[in-house]
Design a protein around this ligand. Sequence first.
Ligand code: KIV
Ligand code: ZN
Length: 389
Amino acid sequence: MEARRIQIFDTTLRDGEQTPGVSLQTEEKVEIALALAKLQVDVIEAGFPVASPGDYEAVSQIAARVKGPIIAALARATEKDIETAYKAVKKSEKPRIHTFIATSDIHLKHKLQMTRAELLERAERAVRYAKSLVADVEFSAEDASRSDWDFLCQVYERAIAAGANVINIPDTVGYTTPVEFGALITYVREHVPNINEAVISVHCHDDLGMAVANSLAAVAAGAGQVECTINGLGERAGNAAMEELVMALQTRREYYYAVTNINTKHIYRTSRLVSALTGIAVPPNKAVVGDNAFAHESGIHQHGVLNNPLTYEIMSPESVGVSRNAIVLGKHSGRHAFEERLKHLGYEFDADTINTLFAKFKDLADRKKMVFDRDIEALIVEKAAVRPE
Ligand code: KIV
Ligand code: ZN
């Protein structure tokens, strides 16, 4: 059996820009979109053109200048939104209109003030109109995970009949859990009669810290597209982090039997670019792209990694574009790692000198959280050790 190909839909420039405090200029968005194209994402959601003239301009520029991925523009299920999205995205070689409307009773009652019957009509009309403008239409049922499952299936059936190529199942408020979300995907697959005419997409938020886990459960249940953002940016607690999702699929290929087209070697630099332009720092302990993701502090771990990285690394730093694992010298570091660092710095000492330096290093490490190369150089100068030729 051939591994299934999962489409990566990046929404850093749309949902990611909804991160509180983030506002990107057009040229910054183009720079990120070019990096995403290099990363080989399948879809870039470039923005929500009706939201502001700046968003409209950024989507138009990206549509005209970024080649390779599908360029999507978001629109509510209204003619004005859809027409504006179309105008912004039409210069793309592969334009997509992504239209959405909420389907949960709580949103119907308190936000849309609509009945379920009215919503079915509106969703169908929106997809039909979008389809009259572009060949590629995605339909999202906002708050799907809190919607009635049978009603949700009716909505998707109508959207597909009206021409939707992709139906998206968002966990808008990050409410679901992996087992439940996997079951919802299976339910949709089994209860929407025309489901084979569309790709199933998922869009998970991270309010309970489960966006990536829920997305993976959806892939296991048959979803073919995952929506995600670089560094997990997004509304409130953010979206599924692309780097985590992609590396989970790659590292556990034998379990998911699914592949993406992402050039993982570009992950780290894309993450740093997004962090620099949005001003949102990557936490040091962030999976895959944090400073500590490949850093080994304890002596036992350092010894293992120096002998064979597979002892404590489930993916190589090089696979995500990090040049080498960082052996962080601290109070838990062992003599082996210390000696390796001396060699790396160009020093070769006899065993007695190393023992003396190691004792001084341990003493320093007790006072200082991390010992840097310059601290080791200082210890050596202090000891008046001999530098090799
Ligand atoms: O979270 C959500 O439901 C969304 C939709 C617009 C897809 O961002
Ligand atoms: Zn969202």
